[in-house]
Every structure is written in C-alpha cells, then in structure tokens.
Design a protein around this ligand. Structure first.
Ligand code: DAK
Length: 260
C-alpha cells in the first residue's frame, strides 16, 4: 500500500478499512487528506482483492468537517478549487465499484456528515453525533449535503438540520433513517466487518450492478430508472455468476461466484 500521512489503510479479511487519522484536528478534511483519500480511491478502482471498503475515523471524531483553518482566508478561486476536488472525491466514493460502508465512530459534522452520506451504508456507534453546522460559519454545505441529506431523510428533516446547524445523536439519526444501524462503540468495527463479509460472499458482479442501479436510478424519473434496471437485469442474466447462483440453489450447495 502507498505511504500516507493522514489516512491509514489496512486489509481486514474481505474488506479494506480506511481510517482518517488526523486526530489533532478531529480528522478535519484538509487539502492533503482529500488528496490522499482520492489517491486511494483512484488506485484501488479496479482492485479485486477486496470486496468492501470501510471508512472510519481515528479517536473521537469520524470527520469534524472541512478544515476550517484552510477555509478562513479562502478566496473565490480557492473555494472553486476546493469545491471541484471535494465534489470529485465524494462522487468517486459514491460511484466506487465496490460497496462503501461508513463506520461512524464519533463526530460527523459538515463535510464529515457529507462523507458518511456519500457512502452506501452507515453504521454508527452510539457515541456518534451528526450535523451540518455550516450556517454557524456563514457557509452552506458544499460537499453534497443540501442534496444527499434531503434524499436520505426527506425535505423537512434536511431543512431542520441544515438551517439550525443543530447536532443530533446516533439514536435520533437512526430514527430518521440517516444511519442504517447503531451499536455499542466497541462493536462498531466488528459489525462493519461482518456486514462486509456478508456482502463479499455474494456475486461481486451482482453487488456492483445493484449498487449502480440504486444510485443511478435515484437520479432518474422512475420510468427511466425501471428501464435502466430492466437492461441491467438482462445483462446480468448472461453472467457466469447468475448460472452458478441459480444452479447452486437447485443443487442445495453454496455458490462459488467468480465475478463474471
Ligand atoms: N477544522 C479544523 N480544525 C478543527 C475542526 C475543523 N472542522 N474541528 C475541530 N478542529 C480542531 C479544533 O480547532 C481543536 O484544535 P486545537 O485547538 O486543539 O488546535 C481540535 O480540533 C479539537 O477540537 P475541540 O477542542 O473543539 O474539541 P471538542 O471535543 O471540544 O469539540 C467538535 C469537538 C467536533 C464538536 C468541535 O471541534 C467542533 O464544533 N468542530 C467544528 C465542527 C464544524 O463546524 N464542522 C463544519 C466545518 S464546515 C465546500 C465544501 C465543503 C465544505 C465547505 C465548502 N466547498 C465545495 C467550497 C464543508 C464545510 C464544513 O465542513
């Protein structure tokens, strides 16, 4: 693995765990950290040696947002540049060919909340806290928060969180459907790894196509999205994995998928 300064990358069973590791700044996303995560994503785009990517944070934060010290004196040009790099990264995470699980260990604020939303599934420690506090800084969410939050929890709750800047605890985030599971802090990584293991035992091809259909479909009118699913369903019927999966079921044995 490449040498990084602000992230740790470890292979754990079928998953890669990417830990954002800037504890002194609550894992705030500075320029360098964004570039390192992007470097990891780009260089592992076609790596089939793992099935799921898990993103978490070191210490008591998942990510406490964009790095405020970098933003203080940022001019328009700097803001545009930050926007371009950040949005490219968050889209890369959303479109990453493998599922991405956010294992949210602590504060997920601003860009950190948006990072969790760019992931496919969110598991949170009972200690996690979420919020879009940008209005406190005279900003608006800039890494997709105004769009992904309303799609995830509905317009009213998204408005409430974005316009008040209030933080919510993990149980409330679970109640409103922002996070998909909550657990004790010490169980967080085991839970994420167990979910990664379950996903990795399925056909990698089917998993990739299903992720793509859900994500792309959400950006389309329903009738187009259903057509998109139809085309993809047809395509996957030509795969080795589909024949193997159906045959294994009928022969009452475990399928051996090959991802093709
Ligand atoms: N950036 C930089 N440093 C941060 C930070 C951040 N977001 N969050 C915390 N730190 C630093 C603190 O300054 C402190 O540093 P030292 O004083 O020790 O040097 C250290 O981390 C520990 O923080 P605290 O002492 O504050 O720790 P507490 O436990 O008391 O509080 C906290 C933890 C997470 C509740 C608190 O630190 C906090 O409220 N942090 C700020 C949270 C926040 O407002 N986040 C939103 C940032 S705005 C854009 C795209 C995206 C964005 C903007 C533009 N474009 C496309 C252009 C995103 C914006 C944001 O995310």
């Amino acid at each position: 693995m490449a040498d990084y300064k602000n992230i740790l990358v470890e292979k754990k069973d079928a998953a890669i765990v990417l830990t954002i590791n800037r504890e002194k700044a609550m894992n705030a996303l500075n320029r360098e950290t964004v570039a390192e995560i992007q470097g990891f994503i780009s260089s592992h785009w076609s790596d089939d040696s793992f099935g799921v990517l898990i993103i978490t944070g070191a210490g008591k934060a998942f990510v406490a947002g964009a790095d405020i010290s970098e933003m203080k004196d940022m001019d328009i040009e700097g803001g545009m540049d930050m926007s371009a790099r950040g949005n490219y990264l968050f889209k890369s995470i959303q479109n990453f060919p493998k599922p991405v699980i956010a294992a949210v260990n602590g504060f997920a604020l601003g860009g950190g909340c948006e990072l969790a939303m760019a992931c496919d599934i969110r598991i949170a420690s009972e200690k996690a806290k979420f919020g879009q506090p940008e209005v406190n800084l005279g900003l608006i969410p800039g890494y997709g928060g105004t769009q992904r939050l309303s799609r995830l929890v509905g317009r009213g709750k998204a408005m409430q969180l974005i316009l008040t800047g209030d933080m919510i605890k993990a149980d409330e985030a679970y109640r409103i459907g922002f996070v998909d599971e909550i657990c004790a802090p010490e169980e967080l990584m085991d839970k994420a790894l167990a979910m990664a293991q379950t996903i990795t035992s399925k056909s990698p091809l089917a998993v990739r196509m299903a992720k793509d259909c859900v994500n792309r479909g959400l950006d389309m009118p329903l009738s187009n999205a259903l057509d998109f699913e139809k085309v993809n369903f047809g395509a996957i019927c030509g795969s080795y994995d589909k024949t193997e999966g159906c045959t294994a079921f009928l022969e009452k044995r475990k399928a051996e998928f090959k991802g093709k």
